[in-house]
Design a protein around this ligand. Structure first.
Ligand SMILES: Cc1cc2nc3c(=O)[nH]c(=O)nc-3n(C[C@H](O)[C@H](O)[C@H](O)COP(=O)(O)O)c2cc1C
Length: 215
């Protein structure tokens, strides 16, 4: 594999701190809107982001999840609370989210603390999902070792019969996390690796400081 041949110049127009709103949630809205409207096709999910979490030992894990809600409080995602990520968040709520919108030459990093959303919020989102996904959430003991795929499919078939013509109940171990942000970094790729990086840091009392970082 020739990694030297994998080189891309970022010829996008740049920006400075003055070009972004003072409130990073507003800046997020602008960038997310552009990422969604200019998405290259159905195969790309502009709401896909990585979430990094850490174990008590200090070991760190990242994986993709889907952003399923954003409001004045923060960013919502849904998962299995007993999964590796769920257990890690319970022991250390500090998490990092990262979006990459390659067609815009943009990366967006968000750091903050995750807390479980209310059961009401999880119920609403759970029941908005296709029935197959609801059953899938009930079937999966996410992140556990299993013997075979057949084990999953047999359990799915059993649950489909069990809940025929009934609502699928929200599993106790499934629901949302709300990530309340305290740091954002908006990154725009520029020529010669002289990228624009604008950081927002919270003072913890609702005020944000905005600054430019060296690329
Ligand atoms: C594009 C994409 C989106 C995903 N979205 C979710 C999601 O919203 N929730 C989720 O639990 N897993 C999602 N996954 C699966 C996770 O990446 C991961 O495999 C799973 O959550 C188990 O992670 P864990 O063992 O670290 O807890 C997604 C995977 C991909 C590739």
């Amino acid at each position: 594999m020739d990694f030297k041949a994998l080189r891309k110049e970022y010829e996008t127009a740049g920006f400075g701190p003055e070009d972004l709103p003072d409130n990073p949630m507003k800046a997020f809205e602008v960038w997310f809107d552009e990422a969604t409207k200019q998405s290259p096709g159905d195969w790309f999910e502009p709401n896909a982001m990585t979430i990094s979490t850490s174990a008590p030992s200090g070991r760190v894990s990242s994986r993709w999840v889907l952003l399923k809600g954003v409001d004045g409080e923060g960013f919502r995602l849904y998962t299995n609370y007993d999964s590796d990520k769920g257990q890690q968040i319970e022991s250390n709520p500090n998490v990092a989210l990262c979006f990459h919108w390659p067609y815009l030459g943009r990366q967006l990093r968000i750091e903050g603390q995750a807390t479980r959303t209310s059961t009401d919020d999880s119920e609403k989102y759970f029941h908005s999902r296709p029935r197959g996904s609801q059953i899938g959430a009930m079937v999966s003991r996410q992140s556990q070792i299993i013997q075979s795929r057949a084990e999953l499919e047999d359990y799915r078939d059993q649950l489909e019969k069990q809940f025929e013509n009934q609502e699928i109940p929200l599993p106790d171990n499934w629901g949302g996390y709300l990530v309340r942000p305290d740091r954002f970094e908006f990154w725009q790729g520029r020529l010669d690796r002289l990228h624009d990086r604008i950081v927002y840091i919270s003072d913890g009392a609702g005020q944000w400081t905005k600054a430019r970082l060296s690329p």
